[in-house]
Design a binder for this molecule. Sequence first.
Ligand SMILES: [Zn+2]
Length: 262
Amino acid sequence: MKRGYRRTDAVILNSMDYGESDRIITFYTRDYGKLKGIAKGARRSKKRFVGNLEPASRVRLVFFQTGKSELVRVEAIALQEGYSLLKNDIERYGRACYVLELTNELTLEGMKNAEFFDTLSCFLRLPGDGGGGFGREMLRFFEIKALALSGYLPHLEGCVACKAGPGQRALFFSSEKGGVICGKCAAFLKNIIPLSAGAAGFLSMAARLEVEKLKRLMPGPIVLDECERILADFIRYQLGKELKSKKFMEKMGASRIEWQFP
Ligand SMILES: [Zn+2]
């Protein structure tokens, strides 16, 4: 990116104090992908930033690309959406933090992906869309969409090892192989997880559907449990670690609370 001022919409992924009065903020922007910036004097200048630096906020961002540092200089931030419904409930906020951390981990700096930005904004807005919730299904939907949009989608239709088509009775999933495994191939593999045809179908459907239409999918609790186990294993394998917010969420028991669409 050339030296100069830029303007874009962004979601704040995280924000931390730096030095005496600055803050370092990670954004997911619509026009420039993930971006890290320093807000000089942010903790002193109430005027320019007025408490708009909280994670899970959608903002209009003005920054200066210095060309010298990996960090851009944050010039101004104006709050567009504070997602207060997410923030005034500790369980919902825990889930939102997971969505933000997963975004941060799955994306690279400076790679524009407007669809990822729109999907993320859409998910953060869900509690305000009448339901007031942000539950387990939503997390599974977000996981599968985020994997698809960042190029990590597992192979979900037919066996990833022998390429046999769908329709097999016994199915499994292997994070190492990167997808669904048929009964025959499963006999030669370790660390495989049983997978029902229902869960496999749900995952491949969710990966293809637009966010607005996801509401039509209503997976039962057993399918959701299966998907949770498989996606958690696959994400852990891809990232090589467990996310902090996931551990927090599990402590809260937040991921186990049911939520129905209105
Ligand atoms: Zn196979």
